[in-house]
Design a protein around this ligand. Structure first.
Ligand SMILES: Nc1ncnc2c1ncn2[C@@H]1O[C@H](COP(=O)(O)OP(=O)(O)O)[C@@H](O)[C@H]1O
Ligand SMILES: [Mg+2]
Length: 288
């Protein structure tokens, strides 16, 4: 496991705690369960059918054998850890999500119904931003582990295949989708000056059918074309690292030559700047 994976796979809220959230209605048919993967910015919960959870834990007899089928989430429920000062600040955040949706479209992101809630669990009222999101099944596309030309093939090999598509068709489909993703991210950068966080482990998921989906849809940062390395609210250089990830997708998966005369790469991927980014990243991981 690399350092990035280690540090970001941390859980904070336990499953029972979500039941105490004042803005979630108690239900006998649905269950909220803390998702086994977690990030630094959001609490992520699976929304499950209660009877599926029961089957998963107690098993069901299929053809005379007791099986324990994994409960598949109906939805993912996200609560951003970030606390907002005003409703306007939340609207601003939701506006960024809408921009992302406009540029990438429903095929390339996990669609989310974003809403704010009044959280009273800490005695005083706090505004929280939540999202009820489409669940994306598949494997994490980890930009830091793109080893070799067979990377996509191996990733599909590690997924249970439901479709009747052969491996080569899947690899070709995935490639086309990644190409499309890169193009649309570039359009978004050119026309809005914003980039979503591509750097976090688990932010990009490849589905068993070859779709690529960005599931982390809230951390969208402005690209500033100057020599300052901007840090996000967690102290992470997410803009710089996201641009690096874009270049990794282009170079290592699409096997395109990276052009250093491209203004984006010339500034952000210059050896001197990357050295500074690396130092900041190391500090970030040390201080976690
Ligand atoms: N809609 C989703 N479907 C499947 N997995 C998801 C979904 N949303 C988040 N995840 C997984 O949960 C983990 C944390 O999610 P992420 O959105 O990156 O949170 P954070 O904002 O904390 O970085 C990641 O491993 C991600 O793959
Ligand atoms: Mg993330």
């Amino acid at each position: 496991m690399n350092q990035r994976t280690d540090m970001r796979d941390q859980a904070y809220l336990s499953g029972s705690e979500v039941k105490k959230l004042n803005f979630i209605k108690a239900s006998t048919t649905l269950e909220f369960r803390k998702y086994y993967r977690a990030g630094l910015r959001s609490h992520i919960f699976e929304v499950l059918e209660a009877r599926d959870v029961q089957k998963e834990t107690q098993g069901e007899i299929i053809d005379g054998i007791r099986m324990f089928p994994r409960a598949r989430p109906l939805k993912m429920f996200r609560i951003l850890r970030n606390r907002f000062k005003s409703k306007e600040a939340v609207f601003q955040e939701i506006k960024k999500y809408n921009t992302l949706l406009k540029f990438l479209g429903p095929d390339l992101i996990a669609l989310s119904e974003e809403f704010m809630a009044d959280y009273t669990g800490t005695e005083k009222s706090q505004i929280v931003l939540c999202g009820l999101q489409e669940y994306v099944d598949g494997q994490i596309l980890d930009p830091w582990r793109l080893f070799g030309d067979n990377y996509l093939r191996e990733l599909f090999g590690s997924m249970p295949q439901t479709d009747a598509l052969d491996q080569q068709t899947l690899v070709d489909t995935a490639r086309k989708n990644i190409e499309n993703f890169v193009k649309k991210i570039r359009d978004m950068i050119t026309l809005t000056g914003y980039i979503p966080d591509l750097a976090g482990i688990g932010n990009l998921i490849l589905t068993p059918g070859g779709d690529l989906k960005l599931v982390d849809i809230n951390n969208i940062v402005e690209i500033k074309f100057n020599d300052t390395i901007y840090l996000d609210d967690k102290g992470y250089p997410s803009c710089d690292v996201s641009i690096e990830v874009l270049s990794i997708l282009e170079r290592d998966i699409l096997q395109r030559q990276i052009h250093m005369e491209d203004p984006l790469y010339r500034l952000f991927l210059s050896p001197e700047r990357r050295e500074r980014v690396k130092t900041i990243e190391n500090e970030f991981y040390t201080n976690l």
